[in-house]
Design a protein around this ligand. Structure first.
Ligand code: AMP
Ligand code: MG
Length: 423
């Protein structure tokens, strides 16, 4: 049986993620021109209205023939055929191929009725005086099988089939398929608009000289970059002071133009950790406020109808990790994705930090590689939650279950980050 509550109100990761994903729901479908649908998710399976290709067509330059006419052709006894026409791509010949005849047919051109194969130009010879044009003769010294060098109507994708299901991302191959099938408008879910807000009296947002005790706001830039790379529309809510009223007001304002708000900081148990109180003041339902993970134990998610507030911790690595565990998957689901989790697999631990086992799930930042056909992950680096260097260049999170202490060579679960991570 799954343990929901690990200690007090600290939730186990799987339960926290379940609650969060359950509440992330897509908006109402919209019809978009295909060229504007890139990066959106389909709101309806696309049933192909046309065969692809729409007719039998040549895939080589050559002559359309009846394969039976050249079944016994050989260099010693070539088949002699009369050319009755020629078709470039885009043309249509209203003729039917009778025995003993051929049609000069270019790549992409329709196969003349009655023909069932194309003989490549390289396998055709012209008798003296012939250039293989209509009214002239050709010699074919190879036999071809039925449908050789022909792509049959609907062979690639059949009319009525539904190769793209609901929740499929419209990427390059999907766009090609939709265009090929004549689907110039597609029904997709709207992309979420996300506002990013950084709490903290100590933050300097933007350029300028640091005052004593100030630090620069790195979380805002990290999150906006992350969200833009995911393809979402991002609003910069700037910085907000550490008071319940200020945070509640700023978040409420941000919700006016956004489906989701992500904040960093003020969610722990310190004197100025005002996020849970701000959530309550806004009348939001708090799904959880602590999760048994490191980094990222203080992380809260609040819900207001379809809108979600992701309150990530202020420490940069904690914000980075919790964004990957909660924010990005939930936003993908809000965007209508059928799959929202990063790709996960087992990797051999290539290096590890000098840490003692902990009673919660740890996420080591690391680098996955494929070495000698095996996936390895090197997590021998700074792992402090306050260190930017702990995730600089990282492309994976190694998940270390509570109490475990894996050594180099041991298998661990890794979550792939970045664009390679969503499969
Ligand atoms: P908090 O979660 O607000 O207690 O912040 C934890 C630590 O993260 C503190 O050292 C903060 O100064 C730091 N921090 C908070 N917000 C940011 C931010 N936007 N950029 C960089 N560091 C931050
Ligand atoms: Mg703070």
């Amino acid at each position: 049986m799954a343990v929901d509550r690990v200690e007090g109100d600290v939730l186990e990761l799987s339960e926290a993620r379940r609650r969060c994903m359950e509440r992330a729901q897509p908006g109402n479908p919209v019809l978009r021109p295909l060229d504007e649908a890139a990066g959106s998710y389909l709101a309806r399976a696309v049933v192909l209205p046309e065969d692809v290709p729409p007719f039998h067509r040549a895939v080589m330059d050559g002559y359309a023939v009846r394969s039976g006419d050249v079944a016994n052709a050989s260099p010693e006894r070539p088949a002699v055929l009369t050319v009755i026409g020629e078709v470039p791509a885009g043309q249509w010949l209203e003729e039917t191929l009778r025995p003993g005849t051929a049609v000069r047919t270019m790549t992409g051109a329709p196969l003349t009725q009655g023909a069932d194969a194309v003989v490549r130009l390289e396998d055709v010879r012209y008798p003296a005086g012939s250039q293989g044009r209509p009214g002239e003769r050709i010699e074919i010294s190879v036999s071809v099988k039925p449908w050789e060098a022909v792509q049959r109507q609907g062979e690639d994708l059949a009319r009525g089939s539904a190769p793209l299901g609901t929740g499929t991302a419209v990427g390059p191959s999907e766009a090609a398929l939709l265009a090929a099938a004549g689907a110039w408008e597609v029904e997709v879910y709207p992309k979420p608009v996300v506002a990013v807000l950084s709490t903290g009296d100590e933050l300097l947002d933007g350029p300028g000289q640091l005052k004593p005790g100030q630090i620069r706001n790195s979380n805002g830039s990290m999150l906006r970059s992350m969200l833009r790379l995911e393809g979402w529309e991002v609003r910069n809510g700037g910085r907000c002071p550490d008071s319940v009223e200020a945070v509640a007001e700023a978040v409420e304002r941000a919700f006016a133009g956004a489906d989701a708000v992500v904040t960093t900081g003020a969610v722990s148990v310190g004197d100025f950790d005002v996020v849970p109180a701000a959530m309550e003041r806004l009348g939001m339902e708090i799904l959880f406020r602590r999760v048994a993970i490191r980094p990222g134990r203080p992380v809260a998610v609040g819900v207001w109808g379809r809108r979600m507030w992701f309150a990530l911790p202020g420490n940069p690595a904690s914000a980075f990790v919790t964004a990957h565990l909660f924010l990005l998957p939930a936003l993908r689901k809000m965007a209508g994705a059928a799959k929202w989790d990063p790709f996960q697999c087992e990797a051999l631990l290539a290096g590890r930090p000098p840490e003692r086992p902990a009673p919660l799930t740890r996420f080591w930042r690391g680098r996955v590689r494929i070495e000698g056909g095996r996936v390895t992950v090197d997590a021998a680096r700074e792992q402090s939650s306050s260190a930017l260097s702990s995730f600089l260049g990282a492309n994976a999170l190694a998940e270390i279950p509570p109490g475990e202490n894996p050594q180099p060579g041991d298998p661990v679960k890794v979550w792939w980050l970045g664009s390679a991570g969503l499969l």
